[in-house]
Write a protein that binds this ligand. Structure first.
Ligand SMILES: C[S@@+](CC[C@H](N)C(=O)[O-])C[C@H]1O[C@@H](n2cnc3c(N)ncnc32)[C@H](O)[C@@H]1O
Length: 257
């Protein structure tokens, strides 16, 4: 078997990347800033989607901060029945809709909702099986609203991917986000003067927050194990390698027998 086209391969070790998910859907590489580090997207796919195929199969999914729709798309390809993406920035919602059309995703299997997720979670009733909350927790301090919203959406599982503060204590490092920056917190009801409060929680802090809303961390993805399969360190996933970023699979105690 040959290798994939060179355009999306890092130089030096082409074959190790063969068969990575987004190679078949390269328009997602071009979206936003992911084109510069395509393999980061594929490795995140392994951790966030591939490792959770069992709970995504047949699931109704809510994708918070859905960006260009890449994880909604990947969830459908992993067997999800239906996906709702919520994204504050209208240009990203338009982009997601275009990409889904381009790749022929059946329109009845998805919906993108433009809006501030905190408002959407409060105003709309959801009934889903899995919530994807990927790349967002470190853009907010509104943890109570976020996790209550996820719990009230009916989620049996929540997949969280976030930067964290490496610590054994349940602590949060406070910072701010510029709401004008695309990948950052969007303007919401609590942002002020173009800034929003945000924070890097530690994993123990996340466990406390999740516990209040009846979730347990079921599994922390073994990023170190995945990264040892690479022939050389990849700068773009350094956060995962150093424990500054984690992928957690969380399970709700609600409705458990
Ligand atoms: C770092 S990106 C993560 C994108 C994607 N989920 C991922 O993990 O690759 C953060 C996303 O959150 C969106 N966002 C920020 N604040 C939001 C809010 N209040 N409601 C909905 N989306 C928001 C941004 O527009 C951006 O698309």
């Amino acid at each position: 078997m040959g290798c994939r086209p060179a355009r999306t391969q890092p130089r030096g070790h082409p074959c190790v990347w063969m068969g990575m998910f987004f190679d078949d859907y390269p328009a997602f590489y071009e979206s936003s800033r992911t084109a510069a580090f395509p393999r980061r997207l594929d490795l995140r796919h392994q951790a966030m989607i591939e490792a959770n195929r069992d709970i995504l199969a047949g699931a109704r999914v809510l994708d918070l901060a859905s960006h260009d729709g890449r994880w909604s798309f990947a969830a459908l390809k992993a067997g999800a029945k239906h996906v709702i993406g919520v994204e504050a920035r209208s240009s990203l919602v338009d982009h997601a809709n275009r990409l889904f059309e381009q790749y022929g995703v059946p329109p009845e299997s998805y919906e993108f909702r433009q809006g501030d997720m905190f408002r959407v979670l409060q105003e709309r009733e959801f009934d889903v099986d899995v919530v994807l909350c990927l790349g967002f927790v470190y853009h907010t301090l509104r943890y109570g609203e976020l996790f209550r919203g996820i719990a009230d959406a009916g989620a049996k599982h929540c997949i969280l991917d976030t930067k964290v503060l490496p610590s054994d204590e349940p602590v949060v490092r406070i910072l701010t986000n510029r709401t004008a920056v695309q990948g950052h917190a969007a303007k919401d009801d609590l942002s002020q003067g173009g800034r929003a409060l945000a924070g890097y929680p530690s994993v123990p802090a996340l466990e406390v927050m999740l516990d209040v809303y009846d979730f347990d961390v079921e599994e922390q993805f073994d990023w170190a194990g995945l990264l040892t399969t690479l022939p050389e360190p990849l700068r773009a996933v350094r956060g995962y390698a150093t424990g500054n970023r984690v992928t957690l699979r969380c399970r709700s105690r609600r409705g458990a027998a």
